[in-house]
Design a protein around this ligand. Structure first.
Ligand code: SAM
Length: 231
């Protein structure tokens, strides 16, 4: 049980976890995992693998976009009894294109005495920007572009931006996205693929050059991608 300002409310620790390499976990994150009573996560299999790697065993409960609101009452009840609850996504920082924000908003609204603490660490967003070699005084993060409604507007916003735009994209859609950019002025992109993993690479050039690269090396149209569009 952890207390704050003398009350007996619990703590919600929001922990960033590795985006590939299991060594990318902070000492504080590991301590929180050891000390907590329960872990809520988007993917129990991935988190149990991480915890097993560090010899930690904890009760794991699923909390994904579909169950986030439903699990709120349960988590608030735990915090009210002073429990230390951990929230993680499947990889990276919770709430960054991942569930977390709605739950945290509700906890803030309903339990003013509880502590919500960030245990910072990896995110594909900051990892990609850190090795992109572009100025980051200002940038826009759009996460995944909408698939249908609003896609054209979002693409246009990217194409006319005067500052770098960071996107997340899946391997199934990366070529489609690059092709769609052809409708606009020539754009430069930096693609960070499989960060922190064996096949990590950064590919950069015009959207045409990068498409040619992927067509030449179809094996590289796999894994996870961060796309940075540079003005
Ligand atoms: N919350 C996570 C974070 O902080 O990075 C992001 C979750 S989002 C659902 C998953 C997307 O992040 C992937 O589709 C990909 O675009 C990006 N991503 C995650 N891991 C990555 C990696 N190792 N290399 C490149 N991109 C990655």
């Amino acid at each position: 049980m952890r207390s704050w300002h003398g009350n007996n409310m619990g703590t919600l620790s929001v922990i960033a976890t590795p985006i590939g390499n299991l060594e990318d976990i902070t000492l504080r994150a590991l301590r929180m995992f050891r000390e907590c009573g329960v872990v809520y996560t988007e993917d129990t299999r991935i988190v149990s693998k991480l915890l097993a790697h560090y010899g930690i065993q904890k009760p794991l409960h699923r909390l994904d976009a579909a169950t986030e609101i439903k699990k709120t009452d349960e988590i608030i009840a735990r915090l009210e009894t002073g429990e230390h609850v951990v929230l993680v996504s499947d990889a990276g920082t919770p709430g960054i294109s991942d569930p977390g924000a709605r739950l945290i908003g509700k906890v803030r609204e309903r339990l003013s005495g509880s502590v919500i603490e960030a245990i910072p660490g990896p995110s594909a967003l900051t990892a990609a920007l850190s090795i992109a070699g572009v100025g980051t005084t200002e940038f826009t993060f759009l996460g995944f572009l909408p698939h249908k409604k609003g896609r054209q507007t979002a693409l246009k916003k990217v194409a006319v931006s005067k500052i770098p735009i960071v996107l997340y994209e899946s391997p199934h859609r990366i070529l489609k996205l690059l092709k769609e950019f052809e409708a606009f002025n020539p754009l430069c992109v930096i693609i960070a693929r499989e960060l922190t993993k064996i096949h990590e690479e950064v590919i950069s050039g015009s959207t045409e050059e990068v498409q040619e690269y992927f067509l030449k090396y179809p094996d590289h149209v796999r894994g996870e991608f961060v796309v940075i569009v540079v003005p």
